[in-house]
Ligand binder design. Structure first.
Ligand code: GDP
Ligand code: MG
Ligand code: K
Length: 298
């Protein structure tokens, strides 16, 4: 039964890498779902997370940043992002509080191909020295596209997010509650565990290793009432990357495992034995069958 007054719908976040999409999503949902990192393009999957209030339910998709593809995985990410925009009720186009750059222009040109209302969300306003800088900035963006709404926010400090959320809700149709109240993501736990491990890798390593990494949780088994056994594999592209991921005397891998395990235990509420491996699959980003293995299917 569709309740009178209850609104529900789907919202996509798009924007250049690092503008704060994951931060905004996590902030709105109030729990860690999409992984965060200061390195670009860490979100490869379409993640649904759900915010439920008495009067509305909003399902958010965190899409990969739209950018010109450099390899097969890049093309996949652009496809996912664009198809998401046609399926939703509102598109949130995130930018930083700086003049529009080529990356923003590229996305704006994609947005011309869809009919969905687009909000311009100007993020990181906490970095502005003077709030008067906002008006000329808004003008510059307004000249490029007819945005349904323009909302300046700070995802990091939570500024103006209530207003953003209320505006989003006002654009949704009356509709049913799609997901139960307690639901925050429709991704299986395995996926979230893999993302947590990948996040630790991204934080603890640097240079070219991170983007060459995929994580697959191969087995989850309840060993007792208190203990869950999890076997996961970190895939690298080269032996040299594998060596970095394992570290001197296995130190890196132990640290990744320890940090990931602690968060997994907090998330799942049980003790976890994390059996973590590193394997090499050469050039996996350019090979379709491997991409399917890793769950990057359309
Ligand atoms: P994504 O690639 O668009 O998902 O961006 P992330 O959410 O991973 O954020 C990229 C970086 O920007 C991280 O270091 C965030 O902490 C930072 N960031 C996100 N939102 C804000 C904000 O409102 N203010 C400031 N100062 N930094 C932010
Ligand atoms: Mg992200
Ligand atoms: K990022």
């Amino acid at each position: 039964m569709v309740q009178e007054q209850f609104r529900s719908g789907f919202v996509a976040l798009v924007g250049r890498p690092n503008v704060g999409k994951s931060t905004l999503l996590n902030r709105l949902v109030g729990q860690k779902v999409a992984i965060m990192s200061d390195k670009p393009q860490t979100t490869r999957h379409k993640i649904h997370s759900v915010v439920t209030r008495a009067d509305a339910q909003v399902v958010f998709l965190d899409t990969p940043g739209i950018h010109k593809p450099k390899h097969k995985l890049g093309e996949y990410m652009v496809d996912v992002a664009l198809s998401a925009l046609r399926e939703v009720d509102v598109v949130l186009f995130l930018v930083e509080a700086t003049a529009p750059g080529p990356g923003d222009e590229y996305i704006i040109n994609q947005l011309r191909e869809i009919k969905t209302p687009v909000f311009l969300v100007i993020n990181k306003i906490d970095l502005l020295g003077n709030k008067n800088e906002l008006l000329p900035l808004i003008d510059q963006f307004r000249q490029k596209f007819s945005f349904a709404e323009i909302v300046p926010v700070s995802a990091l400090e939570g500024e103006n997010l209530e207003r953003l959320f209320n505006l989003v809700v006002s654009y949704l149709p009356f509709g049913p509650q799609y997901y139960p109240d307690e639901m925050i993501t429709d991704r299986p736990e395995r996926f979230i565990m893999a993302e947590l491990i990948r996040e630790k890798v991204l934080h603890l390593t640097n240079q070219e290793v991170p983007h060459a990494v995929a994580v697959v949780v191969e087995e989850v088994e309840k060993r007792s009432a208190q203990l869950v056994y999890v076997r996961a594999v970190i895939y690298a592209e080269r032996e040299s990357q594998k060596a970095i991921l394992i570290g001197k005397g296995g130190r890196m891998l132990r640290e990744v495992g320890r940090l990931a395990r602690e968060e997994m235990e907090a998330l799942l509420g049980s003790k976890i034995y994390l059996d973590l491996w590193v394997k090499v699959k050469p050039d996996w980003r350019n090979r379709d069958p491997y991409l399917k293995d890793f769950g990057y299917t359309r």
